[in-house]
Design a protein around this ligand. Structure first.
Ligand code: NDP
Ligand code: GDR
Length: 375
C-alpha cells in the first residue's frame, strides 16, 4: 500500500493537465500522465516538472497513450492502479470539431467510455474515482440565463455533442455500477498556457506581436460572442475538490460574469498601453489605435487599424452567450474563483509581451525569427 494517493491524468500536456499535475504534486500525490506520440516534442507545459525526474523519490511519470486506444488505456490503468483518474484529454477545439467530427467523437465521447470501461473491467470501480472534463458548450443554444446544473442541454457543435455523450456515460456508470464518477461542467478558462488558437490567447498573443512590430493585424470571427471567462488555476483546484467529497456529484464551475470577445480585445490592448476604437459593422468592423501610452507599443502609430473581421473564423453554428451560475459549487464545496478576468488578461498579455520582446530583440539583431500567425 502506498502512503500517498496516485492520480492518472489524460491530457496532461494540455493547459489544465499541466496546472492539475502541479497542484496534485504539491499535495503529495504520485502523478501519472498520458502523452501522445508526436513528431515534435509536445511536453512544453510540463517540462518544468519533468526536469526533476532523476530524483530518487520520483513522483511524476509520463506514459505514451491515446484515448482512441483501449488496450493501451487498460494496460496503463492496470499498471498505475490509480485512486483518481482525471479525464482532461480531448480534441478540445470547437471550430476544429466541425472539420474533424468523427475523430472528435472518437476521442471525446468514446474515449471517455473506454476509460470507464477499463476501470470496470479491471475491477477498480470501487477504488478509482473518475473526473470528467465536461463543458458549458453542452448548453449551446442556451435555454436559460445563467446556466446551472439543471439547465437543459442543446449542444451546437460536434465537439459539444461528443461531450454530451461523455457527460451521460459518466452519469450512467455512476448509477449502474456505483462508481465515484463526476462531471465538472466548466465554463471557459484561460491562462498564459492556453492554446494559441483559442480566442483569448490568440488575442493576447497578437496584441503583443503587433505592439512589437512582429504582426500587423489581428483577424477575428464573431466578436459579439459572450463568454464567462475564468482562470485555469482556479478551475483545476475545483477538479480536485470534486473528487474529495463523500458522494460523487456534478458541478458547474464558472465566475458568474461574462464579457464579449470585443471587450476582451479592448482589455488586452489596454494592458499593452493601446486604446482601441471600434467602428463599422459586420464584416467591415475594424479597430483603430487612438491612444498609445507607456513604451510597450513603440511599433504602432495613432490611426493604425489592427483588428479586422475574417469570416473564415465564423462557425457553422455559434454559441452566442454563456454565463454560469456556480452557486452549487460555492454552497457545497466552498469554491470561489480568486482570479478576475482583468487579472487573468493582464497575466496573459504580460507573458505574451515578454515573448514578443524576445523575438523582436532577436530580429533586430539579424536573427531570422518566424512568428506563426496562422490560426
Ligand atoms: P487542451 O487542448 O489544452 O489540452 C487537451 C489535451 O488532450 C492535450 O494534452 C492533448 O494532447 C490531449 N489529447 C488530445 N487528443 C488526444 C487523444 N486522442 N488521446 C489522448 N490525449 C489527447 O485543453 P484544456 O486543457 O483547455 O482542457 C482540458 C479539458 O477540459 C478538455 O477535455 C476540454 O475539452 C475540457 N474543457 C476545457 C475548457 C476550457 O475552457 N479550457 C472548458 C470546459 C471543458 P496534445 O498536447 O498532444 O495535443
Ligand atoms: P470556445 O472557445 O469555442 O468557447 O471553446 P474559443 O476561444 O475557441 O471561442 C470563444 C468564442 O470566440 C469566438 N471567436 C473566435 N474563436 C476563435 N477560436 N478564433 C477566432 O478567431 C475567433 N473570433 C471569434 C468564437 O466564435 C466563440 O464564440 C472553449 C474550449 O476550451 C472548449 O474545449 C471548452 O469546452 C469551451 O471553451 C467551454
Amino acid at each position: 500500500m502506498k502512503k500517498y494517493k496516485v492520480a492518472l491524468i489524460t491530457g496532461i500536456t494540455g493547459q489544465d493537465g499541466s496546472y492539475l499535475a502541479e497542484l496534485l504534486l504539491e499535495k503529495g500525490y504520485e502523478v501519472h500522465g498520458i502523452k501522445r506520440r508526436a513528431s515534435s516534442l509536445n511536453t512544453e507545459r510540463v517540462d518544468h516538472i519533468y526536469q526533476d525526474n532523476h530524483e530518487k523519490d520520483q513522483k511524476f511519470f509520463l506514459h505514451y497513450g491515446d484515448l482512441t486506444d483501449s488496450s493501451n488505456l487498460t494496460r496503463i490503468i492496470k499498471d498505475v492502479q490509480p485512486d483518481e483518474v482525471y479525464n482532461l484529454g480531448a480534441q478540445s477545439h470547437v471550430a476544429v470539431s466541425f472539420e474533424c467530427p468523427e475523430y472528435t467523437a472518437d476521442v471525446d465521447a468514446i474515449g471517455t467510455l473506454r476509460l470507464l470501461e477499463a476501470i470496470r473491467f479491471l475491477g477498480l470501480e470501487k477504488k478509482t474515482k473518475f473526473y470528467q472534463a465536461s463543458t458549458s458548450e453542452l448548453y449551446g443554444e442556451v435555454q436559460e440565463i445563467p446556466q446551472s446544473e439543471t439547465t437543459p442541454f442543446h449542444p451546437r457543435s460536434p465537439y459539444a455533442v461528443a461531450k454530451m455523450y461523455a457527460y451521460w456515460i459518466v452519469v450512467n456508470y455512476r448509477e449502474s455500477y456505483g462508481m465515484y464518477a463526476c462531471n465538472g461542467i466548466l465554463f471557459n478558462h484561460e491562462s498564459p498556457r492556453r492554446g494559441e488558437t483559442f480566442v483569448t490567447r490568440k488575442i493576447t498573443r497578437a496584441i503583443a506581436n503587433i505592439s512589437q512590430g512582429l504582426e500587423s493585424c489581428l483577424y477575428l470571427g464573431n466578436m459579439d460572442a459572450l463568454r464567462d471567462w475564468g482562470h485555469a488555476k482556479d478551475y483545476v483546484r475545483m477538479q480536485w475538490m470534486m473528487l474529495q467529497q463523500e458522494n460523487a456529484d456534478d458541478f458547474v464551475i464558472a465566475t458568474g460574469k461574462q464579457i464579449s470577445v470585443r471587450e476582451f480585445v479592448k482589455l488586452s490592448a489596454l494592458e499593452a498601453g493601446i486604446t482601441l476604437e471600434f467602428s463599422g459593422e459586420g464584416l467591415n468592423e475594424i479597430a483603430t489605435v487612438t491612444v498609445i501610452s507607456g513604451d510597450n507599443a513603440d511599433a504602432l502609430s495613432i490611426g493604425d487599424v489592427i483588428v479586422k473581421v475574417d469570416p473564415r473564423y465564423f462557425r457553422p453554428a455559434e454559441v452566442e452567450t454563456l454565463l454560469g451560475d456556480p452557486s452549487k459549487a460555492k454552497n457545497i464545496l466552498g469554491w470561489v474563483p480568486q482570479i478576475t478576468v482583468e487579472e487573468m488578461c493582464a497575466e496573459m498579455v504580460a507573458n505574451d509581451l515578454n515573448k514578443a520582446k524576445q523575438h523582436a530583440l532577436l530580429k533586430s539583431n539579424g536573427f531570422n525569427v518566424a512568428v506563426t500567425v496562422e490560426n
